[in-house]
Design a binder for this molecule. Structure first.
Ligand code: A2P
Length: 292
């Protein structure tokens, strides 16, 4: 499935430009504490029915997430191939050689033999680097090689704005995914439209605004109307807009709950209402301004 459909369920997938199927909801692990908390959250997510886990080296928990994946696969009685696993190369590891080394470290930490998706976590920007574009291209060259060697089923970027993406478009393989901040009050409409135009799937990090949006009065009114929670309105809104949400939780009940978003459908008017919310609840992290 390339677009949102009313018959979607937890096993549904979006299709990337290279034909790879990606489960429509991913389980986020940002800010999940390393150790037993990460192991049990990931394990539970898999036994609950999540088939897509979103990781990153910088989250500092990949060994635990890897253990959770191993335990979850066993407990759910599924194979590794039935799970979609993403990770990201961190900013200190940009460049051709370092990106490759970072990839193999992540693979070892996660105890996997391949990744389904590997992302460049943030673009190098010209505020920090005089050779930002060259650095982004060198990083991307390593990503392409790993992809063509078959170590990664799909490759993409994260937090890239259109002008960063344009730096890569003449290279052999174009990004298949852009994972960006996306939640009510912060829908990055221009970036999303640009990605769509180039058949790049958009994934939403912080689909719940890291919890900041959940008390919003307008969202609460919408949630009440569907007898659901504001969290589920956020997840559903992303899905209906064709954006792949990556909700994170370490709370057992919420992990289960965040997957129960297929029994209702937001009306066009409510989607519109959310789209017209004033800019709010953003993290403040601007890819052109970050200094980390
Ligand atoms: P916790 O992990 O303690 O359960 P995001 O996915 O946008 O980054 O948001 C994650 C934040 O939202 C975390 O603080 C998480 O808390 C909280 N959260 C996740 N799911 C829910 C939910 N269904 N209801 C309320 N808060 C939630």
């Amino acid at each position: 499935m390339t677009h949102y459909s009313t018959s979607m369920n937890a096993r549904s997938t979006f299709k990337l430009i290279n034909g790879v199927e990606i489960p429509v909801i991913g389980f986020g692990t940002w800010q999940t504490p390393d150790g037993e908390v990460a192991v049990s959250a990931v394990k539970q997510a898999i036994t609950d029915g999540y088939r897509h886990i979103d990781c990153a080296a910088v989250y500092g928990n990949e060994k635990s997430v890897g253990q959770g994946i191993a335990e979850g696969i066993k407990a759910a009685g599924i194979t590794r191939e039935q799970l979609f696993v993403t990770s990201k190369v961190w900013n200190t590891e940009r460049g051709y050689e370092k990106t490759k080394a970072a990839f193999y470290k992540t693979l070892a930490d996660l105890r996997l033999s391949y990744l389904d998706l590997y992302l460049v976590h943030w673009p190098a920007n010209s505020k920090q680097y005089t050779n930002a574009e060259e650095l982004n291209r060198e990083t991307w060259k390593a990503m392409i090689e790993l992809y063509l060697e078959g170590r990664i089923r799909s490759i993409g970027i994260s937090n890239f704005l259109p002008h960063h993406l344009e730096q890569l478009f003449d290279m052999e393989v174009q990004p298949m995914v852009n994972q960006i901040e996306y939640h009510p009050g912060f829908l990055q409409k221009e970036n999303v439209a640009f990605c769509r135009q180039h058949q790049i799937l958009v994934e939403a990090w912080s689909p719940l605004g890291s919890g900041r949006v959940l008390q919003d009065k307008d969202l609460q009114r919408i949630a009440d109307k569907y007898q659901t929670s504001t969290a589920k309105v956020c997840i559903r809104m992303a899905l209906q807009n064709g954006v792949l949400p990556l909700p994170k939780s370490i709370t057992a009940k919420r992990i289960t709950d965040n997957l129960q978003v297929f029994g209702f459908e937001l009306s066009k008017e409510d989607i519109e209402l959310i789209a017209n919310m004033p800019e709010s609840y953003g993290s403040g992290l601007d890819p052109d301004q970050i200094d980390f």
